[in-house]
Design a protein around this ligand. Structure first.
Ligand SMILES: Cc1cc2nc3c(=O)[nH]c(=O)nc-3n(C[C@H](O)[C@H](O)[C@H](O)COP(=O)(O)O)c2cc1C
Length: 238
């Protein structure tokens, strides 16, 4: 349990290739769901996180500009893929490749957000660490946080423009490029891609709806498998 301010220990935690870290939030980014993988890696009990802001696992070395991109994109109703390092309640860190999407109700209205995260390739983490360190240094160099954010936003845009890529394309390049060169990292492995050649970070949790009625899913609240029986929310088809 995180009782006092925690500092990063520099100890890195990893998780298995087949595991997916899942959380859901309301419109303000307050946690409404966290799966067991999230709780295990972040070293929290479920009742410590539900209702709390998602920045409960924010790592101080994450550039603020990445979260600006995340929120700008989600508020436009679009999904985003991003590399993120998180900090557990014991100060350990874990890197993820996150796929964050708006969740919609039956009428298409955004009712919250959903993140599924996979273990990233080491080579991609090495490359993104270098970029994030420069963005974070730029943010800290300025007197006010807003000036720092503007400066790192410009730095990121300039770097992407020099490469002729958007942030999304840059993330895909890293993800697919790293996996396209087996042997670039000890644990290099193919990352599955979707039909339009995007990294496939795995399926979202099954929406509770008729199509899933009777399916077994996991309820992190009591950590027991439960059956989906009611149409509580229904996600739009991807
Ligand atoms: C669905 C969803 C998932 C998120 N996942 C993370 C996460 O894994 N780590 C993180 O630091 N922030 C995550 N965020 C962003 C946080 O809400 C927050 O913007 C970020 O931690 C920066 O916090 P700060 O503004 O206090 O610096 C997520 C937001 C949403 C909506």
């Amino acid at each position: 349990m995180r009782r006092t301010a925690v500092s990063p220990t520099g100890i890195e935690r990893t998780f298995a290739d087949h595991e997916i870290i899942v959380t859901k939030t309301d419109m303000k980014g307050l946690l409404t769901y966290a799966n067991d993988v999230f709780l295990r890696l972040s070293v929290f009990d479920e009742d410590e996180v539900i209702g709390k802001p998602h920045n409960i696992i924010r790592h101080p070395e994450m550039p603020r500009v990445v979260f600006k991109l995340l929120w700008d994109t989600l508020r436009e109703g679009r999904e985003i893929f991003a590399y993120v390092v998180n900090m557990a309640s014991d100060g350990a860190e874990y890197w993820v490749l996150a796929h964050v999407t708006p969740s919609r109700d039956a009428s298409g209205r955004i009712v919250g957000y959903h993140s599924s995260r996979r273990r990233p390739d080491r080579a991609a983490v090495t490359a993104i660490k270098e970029l994030y360190a420069r963005l974070r240094a730029e943010e800290r160099r300025h007197r006010s946080p807003s000036e720092g954010l503007d400066a790192s936003y410009r730095m990121l845009q300039d770097e992407l423009a020099a490469r002729g890529r958007t942030y999304e394309q840059f993330v895909f390049d890293l993800t697919l490029g790293a996996s396209a060169q087996p042997g670039t990292a000890p644990n290099a492995r193919p990352i599955p891609v979707t039909r339009d050649n995007r990294p496939n970070t795995g399926p979202p949790l099954p929406a509770a709806g008729p199509a899933n009625a009777g399916r077994i899913t996991t309820n992190a609240r009591n950590r027991k498998p439960v059956k989906v029986v009611k149409n509580v929310t229904s996600g739009r088809k991807a």
